[in-house]
Ligand binder design. Structure first.
Ligand code: ATP
Length: 361
């Protein structure tokens, strides 16, 4: 069963689980991906991103739940019957085949006529901008060019879904940013549906229409990049979205949409993202960009500077409080390590969460 790019509306994971012995690598993962979407699976190492992708591809059987392409159940099909395009971190090119042969491999396996293979390979070469390189072996190409071959090979079969597992992590920082833009361009030009695994939130934020944050095999939040960045629903999602400062305190009051915490005697007022009650433990999360050196007063906490680094436009520092909280902050002026400062931000920059979830049960 090979499905042309245009012939489906959605891919649906319905309570997908995958166990490895006693380990529940995926637990009841439910997700609907619409045709044309670019979805990033994001989360820390071991959260189940690759397992999810491999279950969709058919490289790993699911141990519970089902995967659907519209009304067709696909988790019972072999990988080649699903016909999804895969791009791996290590490119997985055939070293003894040249670029043209690598790209045409899937079509040849499917017994397509030579004229059609040549035409489609030419189109794919154009799309990934590798014209003129078609007779080279993978070993004669740069990392970025090899990754382009891998992408061309995945898309030339016109798969309903393109699955990418950390495709840029072997490239240097500059090339990574260039290839990021290329991947999004190719996705758009092709009208493809892409699921992209990454542990890099910048990559997910810049590429995806929607981001799925996984932790310990569970979906923690699904949303557009801006939504996840500005309004993470849980503490661990906030952590992953760059809220580096985590202030443990006690909820002392709830006043309208403001929740007030006592953090080491300082009054910290923020917006609750989870239900908390007066008297319970609360956690304030603040981005390092939003925590600045300032005056004592509301939303300011006393700290001692540990390190300070010049970053061109500003300084970035680390500090700690008397109670052992660690901070990352920014400053327009240099502050000496060892000096006592106050770190502060506005109410709306502080998100308040309940007790974070513990690790994998
Ligand atoms: P990374 O970014 O490090 O690749 P990931 O989020 O992709 O992490 P997975 O590779 O999906 O995570 O792994 C999820 C969990 O399942 C981990 O605890 C991992 O050790 C475990 N796991 C994955 N594959 C196997 C396997 N073949 N056998 C046993 N355990 C496995």
């Amino acid at each position: 069963m090979t499905i042309a790019l245009s012939q489906f509306d959605e891919v649906r994971l319905d309570r997908v689980s995958r166990d490895f012995g006693a380990l529940n690598a995926l637990r009841d993962v439910s997700l609907t991906i619409r045709r044309g979407e670019f979805i990033a699976l994001l989360g820390p190492s071991g959260c189940g991103k690759s397992t999810t992708l491999n279950c969709i591809a058919g490289l790993l059987p699911v141990t519970g739940g089902a995967i659907w392409l519209d009304k067709n159940r696909v988790d019972t099909l072999r990988p080649e019957e699903r016909g999804f395009g895969m791009v791996f971190q290590n490119y997985a090119l055939f070293p003894h085949l040249n670029v043209r042969q690598n790209i045409g491999f899937g079509l040849k396996m499917r017994g397509r006529p030579k004229a059609e293979i040549d035409r489609k390979v030419d189109e794919a070469l154009n799309l990934v901008r590798l014209q003129g390189q078609e007779n080279k072996l993978p070993g004669q190409l740069s990392g970025g060019q090899q990754q382009r071959v891998a992408i061309a090979r995945a898309i030339v079969i016109e798969p309903p879904l393109v699955l990418m597992d950390e495709p840029l992590s072997n490239l240097d920082a500059k090339l990574r940013i260039e290839m990021r833009a290329e991947i999004r361009r190719i996705h758009n030009e092709l009208g493809a549906t892409t699921i992209y695994v990454t542990h890099d939130q910048d990559e997910a934020l810049s590429l995806a229409d929607r981001i799925v944050v996984l932790r310990d095999g569970v979906v923690r939040q699904v949303g557009a990049p801006k939504e996840l960045y500005e309004t993470p629903a849980h503490f661990d999602v906030a952590d992953f979205m760059g809220f580096r400062n985590k202030l443990k305190g006690k909820v002392v009051a709830i006043e309208g949409d403001r929740t007030i915490l006592d953090v080491e005697g300082a009054r910290i007022s923020g917006v609750a993202r989870e239900r908390v009650s007066v008297g319970s433990t609360g956690y304030a999360a603040i981005r390092s960009d939003d925590l600045e050196v300032g005056e004592a007063g509301p939303n300011a906490i006393a700290a001692t500077v540990d390190t300070i680094e010049y970053r061109g436009r500003e300084f970035v520092g680390t500090a700690h409080s008397a109670g052992g909280l660690d901070f990352v902050f920014r400053s327009h002026v240099s502050v000496e390590p060892g000096s006592r400062i106050h770190l502060r931000t506005e109410d709306k920059r502080i998100l308040v969460f309940a007790e974070p979830v513990q690790g994998r049960q």
